[in-house]
Design a protein around this ligand. Sequence first.
Ligand code: ZN
Length: 230
Amino acid sequence: MSTFRQKLLTTLAAVVAPLALVAAPAASSQAAETDAASGRWVTVKPGYDPSQIGPGDNRVTRGGIDGLGSNRSTYCAGKTQPGTIRLKNYLQHYFPTTRASGLYNCRKIANSNEWSLHAEGRAVDHFLNVNNAAQKKAGDAILYAFTKKDKNAVPAGLAQRWGVQEIIWNCKIWTAARADEGVRAYGPCSTSSSPTIRHEDHVHIAQHRVGAAEGTTAYTGYQVWLPDAV
Ligand SMILES: [Zn+2]
């Protein structure tokens, strides 16, 4: 077993490991809202502490959720945005890659006159290869975690928390602007054999401006239900 694979399996286990205790608001009669008879609400800010709650650690939450948003890229920001650096760190914490992630890049989208979300520093290219079984599993897990219904049945709940507006991986795409369609086929795959254009060698994940500025609840904090151990 390769070192990469061992590390990945270790971190995949961590994704579903018990939640680290972060804060303990006074226990109250919230049980009716939850899926366990006893427990407590804890506040998490995974944007600042990735170890608090992993992308696969799906828990009942309370309070508001961010909603979906999307902003086109219109200029070169000269840097990666702070929230996007933290999103990169979060992904790296649970899904190690073989090389450093791609971040700020002042360029247009391939075969387009539109600025890439990398130009505003709001996108992460997280390198994984579909031809490696463990890495493909990790990429699939990222796409699924951000776009599925959360435990409160909110579609793309984790994307909302992080302000994610777009994910492309392995000829599939999800965008906030077309969230009602869910994960769908990625158009350029019908005409390109390039692994990079097909996103078979990296997960592309991008944020709207509020998320990139650390303004969504992954950064400002939200409450999750932590059942008592039985
Ligand atoms: Zn990208």
